[in-house]
Write a new protein. Structure first.
Ligand SMILES: *Cc1c(COP(=O)(O)O)cnc(C)c1O
Length: 417
């Protein structure tokens, strides 16, 4: 293919891989071991000069572009003024402005507060801390196929054993895992699936929060049956349990609305965000009802780097880009173009997803691995996911040019044939 100058990975990437082996911990994986030199809209250009079509966005992060011009400009401007003070030592405006935007954009018109952190896992950890403090209860309910991160608490919330939890225990107690809604496998409607889920919670009065991905990410891009999230929200209200929507992968236009909870008009008590929030700079947040967030004593939340000024500047540039380019509409357009094509691919058990968060479930992990490897050799970056590893997922940048998306889908089609 004309975008490729060498085989993938090329000789320069292979040299770097050899160096990496001697310096980088073996536990850190890479889907596709090509070393990136720079990026262009919808493309990653590697050190051998190969131009790879990016259908991953660094796991749903660089939706706004890589680099997005407004993100780059905001970071350049900030990096020359100051790079860090620690908001807990001396504050700065950017942090406050990001929290104001989060209050505007997250579901619900109620009074909200936010805390800014560095990673998705850290946001989920803090959401649980806040929920426990606000309710005076300890229990946490999570779902089959859930993914919430790799720290000790979030490993306990994450479902998949290998590679995320294997040998890393013991894990924090108090976590109850219940079945979710996986229409392909359970055949239940949303209300039935939600009732089955909450029926498995023995003592709701001891539960601080339910943590749910409105569309499951690593677990297989599972879209719950409609009615599942609203029924869950209703049960939470009835039992004084806080609903935490983990929108880390689904947030910021990825599914064609600001947040995936919006598709069913669900208003969570707490929302965790990260990934797409800041165009690639490390930033995450917990945003929630003022009375819940402010139940935490002064000094109870924070961290040295949380809400770093460069990351805040990047987030403001990213949100401006989402508005200016209407990336919600862009995500819906990607769905309209790509989902019908995915449905027509040979060997697909199910094509599903929302917006620019799309996937095909295949017969086995072995098949998915082979298809992904063929895409990689042909210069298209795709990822796999799913508890059984049998799902190919597409997370294109929301700004991907139409012809690159079409070309990427052509390659996937060829790989499936
Ligand atoms: C990626 C992800 C996380 C963890 O985020 P990190 O920044 O990798 O710690 C948590 N929840 C969901 C839904 C995710 O997709």
């Amino acid at each position: 293919m004309s975008r490729l100058r060498t085989e993938v990975p090329g000789p320069r990437s292979r040299e770097l891989s050899a160096r990496r082996k001697a310096a980088v911990a073996a536990g850190v994986g890479s889907t596709l071991p090509v070393f990136v030199d720079h990026a262009e809209p919808g493309l990653l250009v590697d050190v051998d000069g190969n131009r790879l079509i990016d259908l991953a966005s660094g796991i749903a992060v660089t939706g706004v572009g890589n680099p997005a011009p407004r993100v780059a400009a905001a970071v350049h401007e900030q990096v020359d003024r100051f790079t860090h003070t620690c908001f807990m030592v001396t504050p700065y405006e950017g942090y406050v402005e990001v929290c104001e935007r989060l209050a505007e954009l997250t579901p619900g018109a109620h009074d909200k507060r936010s805390v800014l952190l560095n990673s998705g896992a850290e946001a989920v950890e803090n959401a649980v801390k806040i929920a426990r403090r606000a309710t005076g209860r300890a229990g946490v309910v999570v779902f089959d196929h859930a993914y919430h991160g790799r720290t000790n608490l979030t490993m306990a919330l994450t479902a998949k054993e290998m590679p995320y939890k294997h040998g890393f225990g013991p894990f924090t107690p108090g976590v109850r895992r219940v079945p979710g809604s996986y229409p392909l496998l359970d055949g239940l409607n949303g209300v039935e699936a939600a009732r089955r889920a909450v029926a498995a919670v023995e003592r709701p009065e001891e539960v601080a929060c339910v943590v749910v991905e409105p569309v499951q990410g690593e677990g297989g891009f599972v879209v719950p049956a409609s009615g599942f999230l609203p029924e869950l929200a209703r049960w939470c209200r009835e039992h004084g349990v806080l609903l935490v929507a983990d929108e880390i992968q689904t947030g910021f236009c990825r599914t064609g609305s600001w947040f995936a909870s919006d598709h069913e008009s669900v208003v969570p008590d707490l929302v965790t965000t990260a990934k797409g929030i800041a165009g690639g700079l490390p930033l995450s947040a917990v945003t929630g009802r003022a009375e819940v967030m402010d139940a935490v004593h002064a000094g109870g939340l924070g961290g040295t780097y949380g809400g770093n000024p460069l990351a805040c500047a990047a987030a403001l540039g990213a949100v401006d880009t989402m508005r200016e380019l209407d990336l919600n509409a862009a995500a819906r357009r990607i769905e309209a173009v790509a989902l019908p094509r995915l449905r027509d691919l040979p060997g697909v058990v199910e094509a599903r997803g929302r917006g620019a968060m799309l996937a095909v479930e295949l017969a086995s992990a072995e098949v998915a691995g082979r298809v992904a490897a063929r895409c990689h050799q042909a210069g298209v970056v795709v990822l796999t996911c799913g508890t059984r590893g049998n799902v190919i997922r597409l997370l294109p940048p929301l700004v991907i040019p139409d012809e690159l998306l079409a070309e990427g889908l052509d390659v996937l089609e060829g790989a499936m044939a």
